[in-house]
Write a protein that binds this ligand. Structure first.
Ligand code: ATR
Length: 280
């Protein structure tokens, strides 16, 4: 058996814990596509060489993850609108020999809520906790999906202000002390901070003051039920965990490289949950 014609990859440093090979491997198997998706550890000093050699190595494209998303952004020949807005690239592909960089995180976030919380865009007010790279993708998605009042809360308010400068009208920056009040009329609360992640247990905000119709979601998926989601559930609020965003953000890349739009199924989710359990 020779090498498959359709080759893609995920590069990062480290890369061992990436779940992307399981996701794409599952889809390749399910659809009977003769393709491959490899995890490649690329040290920062080697990234430009690696990207420069993709065409010669026969890759259709691939994913870029931590810590390479910003350098990939600067290195590609063309970028899609989401990448421009977010300032980071997580998906690469070739079009007529030109290396494109896109960002599918905002798409993945919105598609997950479309799937698990239909009607999530009904309200105008969203509160976003955190002002890092992930927050940019969420704010882009919220603006695109029509939220008129996006309130960023961050431990370091200056970082939230930088996002306000970038995203403009309808986005505001706040200190953590204001959170309770900011939540009173919010229809969506999103955690993008590392608080609640395994090893960094804690509550990034108390959902007590949210209205009863509010939806609470976390982009953290280890653990699947973060302290924030547990507190929101205890209050009877609708919650959506972060695993679906990971699954949905993989869809556009798979379609670009392998020519088939894949489904985010319950079976795929179960596969990743089993892998997360194994790593516990
Ligand atoms: P990412 O790209 O994943 O968003 P990041 O750029 O490192 O990562 O941002 C992490 C976010 O989590 C930031 O908003 C950070 O707050 P600061 O900007 O004040 O650093 C937030 N964060 C991390 N640990 C936190 C903690 N213990 N309490 C509150 N916020 C925290």
């Amino acid at each position: 058996m020779g090498e498959p014609d359709l080759k893609a990859f995920v590069c990062g440093h480290p890369i061992a814990h990436s779940r992307s090979p399981i996701i794409h491997g599952h889809w390749l198997d399910s659809y009977g596509i003769d393709g491959s998706y490899a995890a490649i550890d690329v040290a920062p000093a080697d990234l430009l060489n690696f990207l420069g050699g993709l065409a010669a190595a026969g890759y259709r494209g691939g994913n870029v993850t931590i810590p390479h998303k910003e350098v990939a952004f600067a290195s590609v020949q063309r970028r899609d609108e989401a990448a421009e807005q977010i300032g980071a690239v997580n998906t690469l592909w070739f079009e007529d020999g030109v290396l494109w960089g896109g960002n599918t995180d905002a798409y993945g976030f919105a598609a997950n809520l479309d799937h698990l919380a239909p009607g999530w865009t009904k309200g105008d007010v969203a509160v976003v906790l955190g002002a890092g790279g992930a927050s940019r993708a969420i704010i882009h998605a919220l603006k695109q999906r029509g939220f008129k009042d996006i309130r960023i809360v961050n431990r370091t308010v200056g970082r939230a202000r930088e996002l306000v400068d970038q995203f403009g009208a309808g986005v505001s920056a706040h200190a953590q002390a204001a959170t309770t009040e900011l939540l009173v009329d919010a229809s969506l609360l999103v955690n993008t901070t590392a608080l609640g992640m395994h090893g960094n247990e804690g509550l990034p905000a108390d959902p007590a003051s949210l209205p009863g119709h509010a939806i609470v979601t976390d982009i953290v998926y280890v653990p699947l039920e973060t302290p924030l989601l547990a507190a929101a559930k205890a209050r009877g609020l609708k919650t959506v965990d972060g695993l679906g965003m990971l699954l949905h953000q993989a869809v556009p890349g798979f379609e670009l490289w392998f020519g088939h739009r894949p489904e985010v199924s319950a079976k795929l989710r179960d596969l990743i949950v089993a892998d997360l359990d194994k790593a516990k």
